[in-house]
Design a protein around this ligand. Structure first.
Ligand code: CU
Length: 253
């Protein structure tokens, strides 16, 4: 075998090893009747986006009617279009030219301006989305199955007083907290996020400007800054943890 051919087979082996964990998710997906082919893209997986969180918690049990009471927004999302979960990594637009605020209307930030409507439209719906407890300083992870690279990640948080249970997110509801530099093509892009001065229930909004072409992703993650702030949220967290631990360990990244 020539050196070149050997290098190539080594590269393929490494690629296969990196893809394996996601292939497992794909295999689980194929089990279900409503499976659609998941194209290779990406999303913020920690703190999870609305649709990725619904996949993590319910992907192997998405017909369970208990979801309607335990996790009503996920129930609504699955009822609206299961492909928003199977294609958790496909919430993007193309050829926006960096004009995100001009292209995405107020109230439609979480669906990327209803991209591929109606698939992701439900992501804009106000309600009791399960929020992940995070400290004021935490680490954000974006998982990129396609290794597109990133020109930047632009990260916003909803302003104090914004209530995601009653309002759909608009541009005047968010503060820009960080814009990263570029990332080379790799499986995950990670960055520290500092939300000093913010607390409680909020929406973290991430724009991932992919590098392979003009393909920005618009990603809403529900967070509870500073941890469980009240009894209701604590109960919600316990329910989520139980569901995740009991049924969905296989989705853990
Ligand atoms: Cu892509």
């Amino acid at each position: 075998m020539s050196i070149r051919a050997h290098k190539r087979s080594l590269t393929l082996a490494i690629t296969a090893a990196l893809v394996a964990p996601f292939a497992m998710v794909a295999a689980v997906t194929v089990d279900t009747v409503t499976a659609a082919p998941a194209a290779a893209h990406g999303s913020v997986t920690d703190p999870p986006t609305r649709n990725y969180g619904c996949l993590e918690r319910w992907g192997t049990d998405h017909l369970n009617p208990e979801m309607a009471t335990i996790d009503p927004m996920c129930w609504g999302a699955w009822q609206h279009d299961p492909n928003a979960m199977w294609n958790w990594n496909g919430l993007y637009r193309e050829n926006v030219g960096g004009n995100h605020e001009g292209v995405i209307p107020d109230g439609q930030l979480c669906s990327g301006g209803r991209t591929q409507s109606p698939r992701y439209d439900y992501m804009d719906t106000p309600g009791e989305w399960v929020a992940k407890d995070v400290p004021q300083q935490f680490h954000l992870t974006l998982t990129d199955q396609a290794r597109h690279g990133a020109d930047y990640l632009r990260i916003y948080v909803s302003k104090p007083g914004f209530d995601p249970t009653t309002e759909a997110l608009g541009w005047d509801d968010v503060d820009l907290v960080k814009e990263t530099g570029s990332y080379p093509s790799q499986g995950t892009y990670e960055t520290d996020v500092d939300l000093s001065g913010y607390s409680g229930r909020a929406v973290l909004y991430t724009i991932w400007q992919a590098s392979h072409l003009d393909q920005p992703y618009y990603l809403c993650s529900d967070i509870n800054i500073g941890g469980a702030a009240d009894a209701e949220t604590a109960v919600e967290t316990v329910a989520t943890t139980a569901v995740t631990a009991g049924r969905l360990g296989r989705f853990a990244a």
